[in-house]
Ligand binder design. Sequence first.
Ligand SMILES: Cc1ncc(COP(=O)(O)O)c(C=O)c1O
Length: 438
Amino acid sequence: MSYQVNEKGYYGEFGGAFIPEMLYPNVKHLEQNYLKIIESESFQTEFVSLLKHYVGRPSPLYYSKRLSDKYGIRLYLKREDLNHTGSHKINNTIGQILMARHLGKKRIIAETGAGQHGVATATVCAREGLECIVFMGATDVARQMPNVEKMQMLGATVVPVQSGNKTLKDATNEAIRDWINHPDETHYIIGSVVGPHPYPDMVARFQSIISAEIKQQLLEQTGSPLPDSVIACVGGGSNAAGAFYHFLNEPNVKLIAVEADGKGLETGETAATMAAGRPGIIHGSLTLLMQTDDGQIVEPYSISAGLDYPGIGPLHSHLFKSQRALFIRATDDEALAAAFELTRMEGIIPALESAHALAALSKLSFKKDETVVINISGRGDKDMEAYRNHMKNIKNKEQENTQTKLSLNNEDVYTKGYTFPTDGTLVDFRKVTGLYIP
Ligand SMILES: Cc1ncc(COP(=O)(O)O)c(C=O)c1O
């Protein structure tokens, strides 16, 4: 079984390039040149140097002792959160900005969900001195404001998109519309392994540095380059593609992808494409897609803006169909719990997206002492509002529990010399000192 794209742009039955005629010259030109450019010595020298000196690679592979002890495994965390701009997205935007230069393009557009790809694109455009326009759903503009402000400071124009449910799918629609209107001067930096061929393959190649480093680092730390399992979250699927890439042909390495299940599949408020999707075309490729019986896209839902997407990259549809990878789901609540577990046990605040991958620890059973690598795709700075709300909710629940305790019968409460009213009046114990409440 091959897990690489074929010469027609397909992974098994998924992929292809379903594009409007106006974009055909752009996509064809890219397809005919991307491999030549990537493999050229000048590209490789600059790409490798920027990953090292600008992004800060290699990102650490960190052995998590406390979580290892808790789950009875040997757990390593791949720290993409420590990259410049805070996520794996910069690996791809560095590659694509160099590609744009080789193609002679002067205007850059991008879509973004969580804002991480938008920030990574605005960053490389600032460095290259190129115009940058980022399309972002209005819902995501509101929930990822720190990243909107960063993009603006970097000199990008952020266009809030008002169509659909104003999230990643709608931002991508708008970016494609812009591309159709300005095909000659524009390069579209797609942020995941989605879109028409050759984008999924090109982005997967740029992200494959993640698994190349994992192999090297595991060898140094454990004596073997191969883990038993690699776990990553999937929105469009670029961090998972990068973390899986060099293990695809290692059948003894389990590949586990975690989708966002929002409020749960049964509620319909989900973004779990594998569980809720059927083959269909979205953003230029044939893949699994959440859709109605008559082919209308079903609006996805997830607390995580980066996973809130109704499709998935065609490579992942192929990994699912061929059963090379296991796809599981984590709800908003499970992801939040996992984010707090990592934070409290290792002092690392993960992005909400990465928290979905961490949720796999409590959802799966592992062999004793097996080596597990989880890709921490990004850091949680942008998600502080969601985390603040979660802490507030927990506090409110604790207060409710205290209220329940306050209404216990007087006989259930032991006191040190306090006389209770006998007429049934409730006592506010917070104002009374010298009490012991069991
Ligand atoms: C930190 C982080 N992880 C994961 C994702 C999901 O994207 P992908 O599936 O392409 O890795 C995003 C998307 O914005 C992200 O910001």
